[in-house]
Design a protein around this ligand. Sequence first.
Ligand SMILES: O=P(O)(O)OC[C@H]1O[C@H](OP(=O)(O)OP(=O)(O)O)[C@H](O)[C@@H]1O
Ligand SMILES: Nc1ncnc2[nH]cnc12
Length: 172
Amino acid sequence: MNLLDYLPGVPDFPKPGILFRDISPLLANPAAFKEAITKLHDLAQSFDYTHILGVESRGFIFGSALALHANKGLIIARKPNKLPLASHREFYGLEYGKDSLEIQQSTIPKEARVLLMDDVLATGGTLIAADKLLRNAGFTVCGAITLLEIGALNGSTILKENGISNKTVLVS
Ligand SMILES: O=P(O)(O)OC[C@H]1O[C@H](OP(=O)(O)OP(=O)(O)O)[C@H](O)[C@@H]1O
Ligand SMILES: Nc1ncnc2[nH]cnc12
């Protein structure tokens, strides 16, 4: 099965010039979704982690499925003003805009060894912000895994330059 067949590119969404990879067909196909989680689990096994950090919102879908599959805890990084006990916020740019993420330090176990997880790696802005959030709050980050890297944007190299060890299932 070629998982890229289930991640079709939609031109000019959400802005002109962006080829947006839509995860909806993959999620709607149980065999494709299962294969995606199995492959993410294979990548995750090379990291010594206790918790997965899922980034709102698509990172929640894959992060929660992987956490259950791998028997790990799930931590969430949310878009602003969603977490009742938010303690840290980080602003960042991504392929098609700007945003910020928050975590709540008090509800994350102090000894957590966190593996960052997201569906798409484009510029790397989102995962770098997630990494900063956790490190600024005193947590250990093991690395990052993603389902799909947009190769032309060199996100993997940018993550490495920021000290984040990254593995991805697919590159397009
Ligand atoms: O590598 P980057 O350039 O940072 O881009 C990757 C991010 O962009 C998408 O999230 P988006 O902010 O669109 O939110 P969503 O998950 O709610 O759709 C995607 O799910 C990643 O989180
Ligand atoms: N090209 C893209 N497709 C889907 N999600 C994205 N997030 C950032 N860039 C993206």
